[in-house]
Design a protein around this ligand. Structure first.
Ligand SMILES: [Zn+2]
Length: 300
């Protein structure tokens, strides 16, 4: 059995899986419950021991930030302070006495979808997690492209020379045109209602009902996403692009719009058999983390 941990800014989801990635049990905690590193590490210890007398073989963690996958340490987490340069793998392995694997949360999501989800059997795929930010991962020859530390930060490709400041420290990243906060603020601007109480799911619902302002938000979103993806398609020549994360709930609305932009922008031989697909797995974060643990254990 493997313990997979999907560590997010709002929730920490933990689950135990079998050898094939089937989820056997699942627990959800508010991230805010863990005021410091010690409390978080202690909870992982507790979860690892919770299956006794049976045994967890290895632990995998999807981390919401910039990490060194080989060294197993966190450089920094953009949305969670206090974790700079933290050797999380070393600390946990010492406490648990079993192997621990860590990777970026988008890579972990991609791993689950690549092994048992929407991209199973695909050699080259691009993965996006659309939510507060834009997570990305790239699969090349069936493996996640990791770079020297952790590559695949697609959300931080600059697309505007005069763009807004981004959470990564740069400016003009594609993330600043696609994140859910941006969509809500655009919607309020278009509707000229500063204090409107709306979420992305409302903009989705209203677009389905034909509201002009909501449709305009998705057209803007799709133009930015389509142009960006056309660049990624020309660079990576993928077979599939998989969309996950909260905003992908609106896939039905934005897919045809994005496809139209791609058809006009990307190199035509690259898109002849290209497919845009919504992610398949419900708990990709947990399952991917468990698969990461399993594969690292197998590969030493
Ligand atoms: Zn950025």
């Amino acid at each position: 059995m493997f313990l997979g941990i999907d560590w997010g800014g709002t929730y920490i989801k933990a689950g135990i899986t079998d050898n094939r990635g089937n989820l056997l049990s699942r627990r959800v905690f508010f991230s805010s419950r863990f005021k410091n590193k010690d409390a978080f590490i202690k909870k992982i210890e507790e979860l690892t021991n919770s299956v006794r007398p049976r045994r967890i073989n290895a632990v995998g963690i999807g981390v919401p930030g910039i990490i060194d996958t080989k060294g197993g340490f966190i450089y920094y987490l953009p949305n969670i302070p206090g974790w700079q340069k933290y050797p999380i793998r070393k600390v946990l392995e010492k406490k648990l006495n079993i192997p621990v694997a860590v990777d970026n949360d988008a890579n972990v999501f991609a791993l689950a979808e690549a092994r048992i989800g929407a991209a199973k059997g695909t050699n080259r795929a691009i993965f996006l997690t659309l939510g507060t930010g834009l997570g990305g991962a790239v699969i090349i020859d069936g493996n996640i492209f990791k770079g020297r530390t952790s590559a695949g930060e697609l959300g931080h490709v600059p697309v505007s020379l005069k763009g807004a400041r981004c959470g990564c420290g740069g400016t003009g990243c594609i993330e600043t045109f696609l994140g859910n906060k941006y969509l809500v603020s655009l919607y309020k601007r278009i509707k000229r209602q500063k204090n409107l109480n709306a979420e992305v799911k409302d903009i989705f619902k209203n677009a389905l009902e034909g509201e002009e302002e909501a449709i305009l938000v998705w057209e803007n979103f799709s133009y930015a996403l389509g142009m960006f993806l056309s660049g990624m398609i020309n660079v990576f020549n993928p077979e599939k692009i998989i969309f996950g994360g909260g905003v992908s709930g609106a896939f039905k609305v934005f897919k045809p719009l994005v496809w139209k932009v791609i058809e006009n922008q990307a190199m035509w031989p690259h898109i002849k058999t290209l497919k845009l697909i919504k992610a398949k797995l419900k708990n990709a974060g947990i399952i991917g983390a468990a698969i990461l643990a399993k594969e690292q254990l197998a590969n030493g």
